[in-house]
Every structure is written in structure tokens, then in C-alpha cells.
Design a protein around this ligand. Structure first.
Ligand code: CA
Length: 234
């Protein structure tokens, strides 16, 4: 961390063991951490201190974590990483659809935690520096020219169907963010039926064949089982 101003992270967690573990790890890596144990305190802190990122446990003693996300999202675009103890996908999906950017499932490693924090801080700083929408996008061998409406891999133009291109652009514009199946199918087809999900899987397979170095071990687009997809920066 070379910046003079250290990013401030709001950690909302009522399990003190996890709270201490996470805050120690963040503190050691140069982040300023403020810790709260419930949803009301989280909203108050977010309003008064404007953190650079929020890490939020979903199971809080006062109000549900999803409600905290909805409230904060009504006025702030701060990155929110959900800490989920629940293994059910439905909680993560509800949190992402309510406006969370990412999630970690307990137990998670410190490396995983730091990687997610870095990726989300990078994404939000890039979003704020790009006041006018970027006209091109680069990620490893992939290049997209939004204005001209085409994509290349290693300098060679990709032959994409209109739906594959739409899907690629959607993932690129949300790079580092987990997008739920519902979000993607709504953006692409305007609906989210089971049949759209089946179509999405098919388009994802054909898109990966065109953009991934090894489509059976995709690196650029990650699958989040039962939740959705994320484009990673290579
Ligand atoms: Ca909890």
C-alpha cells in the first residue's frame, strides 16, 4: 500500500472471532478498519464516514444483512462484499441482486479475503476515474471496442453472435463483479425464465470457446456454481 491515504473499510460482523481475524488481516495489510456488530450501526457508519468498502455479514442480530445492502445502495455505490456463513446459494443471490458486489463464504482464507478486497477497491476506483464511459476495454489477450462494436483476441477479430457479444460486453463492463444468473438473463433477454438460464449456459459455452485459452479450464470468466459468473482481470 503506497498511498498516503489508506482505504477505510467498514467491517460489519457480530461474530467476534471472525471480526478479529478479518480486522487483523486487513490492518496488517495497510487498511484502516472500523468494526461494528449490527445493521443499524453499519448504516450509521456508512452515512457518517463514507468507507471505501464494506464487508458485511448477512446474519446480524438486529436487521437482516439484505436490508442493510438495500438501504446503503439507495444512496451509495460503495463496494459491498458479503460474508456469508450460510452455504445456501439463495442468500448470496439475494445479496448480489440487492446490490452487493461480491461474497466470501465462511470459512475463507486471508489470501482470498485480501484478493477480493483488492479487486473490489480497484473496480470502484476505476469506475470513479472513468467519468465518461470508456470506449475500449482490455483484459489479457481480449480487446473490446465498444464504439465500433467488435472484440479481438490476440489482435484477431472474434466472430461473435450478437448475443455472445452482448454477454461479453456485460461481463466486461462489470469486470471483477459477480453477476447473478437473474441479472444476466434480464440484461440480455429482459426476462429470467428457466429456459433463459439454459440458453445462458449454452451462450457461455460458445463464448468461452472463442475467448478462453483453454475453454475447459476457463480463466477469464469464472463460474460461481448456482450463483452466476464473474469476469476476472487476467
Ligand atoms: Ca452473524
Amino acid at each position: 500500500m503506497n498511498n498516503a491515504v489508506k482505504p477505510r473499510i467498514l467491517l460489519v460482523e457480530d461474530d467476534l472471532t471472525v471480526q478479529n481475524l478479518v480486522s487483523t488481516a486487513l490492518d496488517l495489510h495497510g487498511y484502516v478498519v472500523s468494526k461494528v456488530c449490527n445493521g443499524q450501526a453499519a448504516i450509521m457508519d456508512a452515512v457518517s464516514h463514507g468507507p471505501s468498502l464494506i464487508m458485511l455479514d448477512l446474519g446480524l442480530p438486529d436487521i437482516d444483512g439484505i436490508e442493510v445492502i438495500t438501504k446503503i445502495r439507495s444512496w451509495s455505490a460503495v463496494p459491498i462484499i458479503v460474508i456469508s456463513a450460510r452455504s445456501e446459494d439463495s442468500d448470496k443471490i439475494a445479496a448480489l441482486d440487492a446490490g452487493a458486489d461480491d461474497y466470501l463464504t465462511k470459512p475463507f482464507s486471508v489470501d482470498e479475503l485480501l484478493a477480493r478486497v483488492r479487486a473490489n477497491l480497484r473496480r470502484s476506483s476505476m469506475a470513479s476515474s472513468e467519468s465518461t464511459e470508456a470506449s475500449t476495454f482490455d483484459n489479457g489477450p481480449l480487446h473490446i471496442d465498444y464504439a465500433a462494436g467488435y472484440a479481438t483476441k490476440d489482435g484477431r477479430e472474434l466472430s461473435l453472435t450478437p448475443t455472445e457479444y452482448k454477454l461479453l460486453v456485460l461481463l466486461a463492463k462489470n469486470v471483477d463483479k459477480v453477476l447473478t444468473h437473474t441479472f444476466i438473463t434480464r440484461e440480455i433477454w429482459g426476462t429470467s425464465w428457466d429456459s433463459d438460464l439454459a440458453s445462458l449456459r449454452v451462450f457461455m459455452r460458445t463464448l468461452r470457446k472463442k475467448i478462453e485459452a483453454d475453454p475447459s479450464h476457463p480463466k477469464m470468466i469464472q463460474t460461481h456454481m448456482g450463483v452466476g459468473y464473474r469476469m476476472q482481470r487476467l
